[in-house]
Design a protein around this ligand. Structure first.
Ligand code: FES
Ligand SMILES: [Fe+2]
Length: 352
């Protein structure tokens, strides 16, 4: 398995899910999402307990769902309410698996693994998506590639210069040194560009001329998100890599959710702390960002096809790949930690 079990994964944007079922495979499990009348979200295995027809093809009856094949009726907790033959006795063993689901930071998160371990406090802290004073919006792409290739891509922005040649690429990104460090289960790749000419986008946002300090700090948050702290501050305003709220700032948000070993869901967006009430800006930026990320989609899917076509060749890591390599090492460590028996169990085995 290439993903970490017993984690919260983004299953959908909050706005994608309503009364009608949405089918989406998360970490290899077909799941159906919908909302009850009180707007609370439901995540249910997308397979009828009878003959496994996807329940997402079914008929909503209030908060319940009726299978479109033989009419089994299930409530929103996954319990049977009516058997196909009305005369049949209700068998309480007839049920469909439901998943813990929470709504946070504008996304619906589904817990994939043992439900008893689902703790809402463990939802990855994508705070810029929901914090006061920040404006956030974005979109969704389906990617035909291993989600870890997308993480590699986001943890190494040198690709901007070539992949995004026609849009946001800039030579100066290649000139700035990068510092990569792992802190606990997170990885930071930091690029600090002091005293440079502000690119047009940031000069407009800052609303003043003159040189700036510019930064790009990629942060891998397990199990599969990357947020990129970007912005500029006027030179001499005291901005440092640790603290930089003197100018204008944004966070590029990227939540990757594995669908299968070779495909994933990409939830992307941008949160910013300037011109936050300007909804026109939000819409224009979203369209522009969507265009830039389509350039990544083309690269990542072609890379996956090439990996599949060259099974005898290995991926190599150069210096620029350190962020991705460290992130993958954390993912691997977290997967292994779940595979190992718990310490008491180990002791018991040793004592036997
Ligand atoms: S397959 Fe759903 S009721 Fe038969
Ligand atoms: Fe990119």
């Amino acid at each position: 398995m290439t993903w970490v079990p017993n984690q919260w994964y983004v299953a959908a944007w909050d706005s994608e899910v309503d009364r009608a079922p949405l089918a989406r495979t998360i970490c290899g499990e077909p799941i159906m999402l919908y909302r009850r009348f009180d707007r609370s979200p439901v995540a249910m295995r997308d397979a009828c307990p009878h003959r496994l027809l996807p329940l997402s093809m079914g008929i909503k009856e209030g908060d319940d769902i009726r299978c479109r094949y033989h009419g089994l009726l299930l409530d929103s907790c996954g319990q049977v309410k009516e058997m196909p033959l009305k005369a049949d006795r209700l068998n309480p063993a007839v049920a469909v698996q439901t998943y813990p689901v929470v709504e946070r930071h504008r996304f619906l998160w589904v817990w994939v693994g043992e439900a008893a371990k689902a703790d809402p406090d463990l939802v990855p802290d994508l705070w810029p998506c929901s914090a006061e004073g920040w404006a956030f919006d974005g979109g969704y792409y389906h990617l035909d590639c291993d989600y870890r290739l997308a993480i590699d891509n986001l943890m190494d922005l040198t690709h901007e210069t070539y992949t995004h040649q026609g849009s946001i690429g800039q030579m100066e990104i290649l000139e700035a040194p990068i510092v990569t460090r792992a802190v606990g289960n997170e990885v930071f790749v930091e690029r600090w560009m002091p005293d440079i000419d502000a690119p047009p986008f940031w000069r407009d946002a800052l609303r003043r001329d003159g040189n700036v300090d510019r930064w790009q700090i990629c942060q891998f948050i397990p199990p599969s998100s990357v947020i990129i702290d970007v912005g500029v501050a006027p030179v001499g305003s005291g901005a440092t890599p640790e603290s930089h709220d003197q100018g204008v700032r944004g966070f590029v948000i990227d939540a990757l959710t594995p669908e299968s070993e070779n495909s994933c869901h990409y939830f992307w967006g941008m949160s910013r702390n300037f011109d936050t009430a300007d909804t026109g800006f939000t819409a224009r930026f979203r369209a522009q960002q969507g265009g830039v990320f389509l350039e990544d989609v083309e690269i990542l899917e072609a890379q996956q096809r090439s990996i599949n076509a060259n099974p005898d060749l290995k991926l190599r890591g150069y210096n620029i790949d350190e962020g991705g390599v460290k992130s993958r090492a954390i993912i691997k460590r977290m997967i292994r930690a779940q595979e190992e028996p718990a310490p008491e169990a180990k002791e018991r085995i040793a004592a036997e």
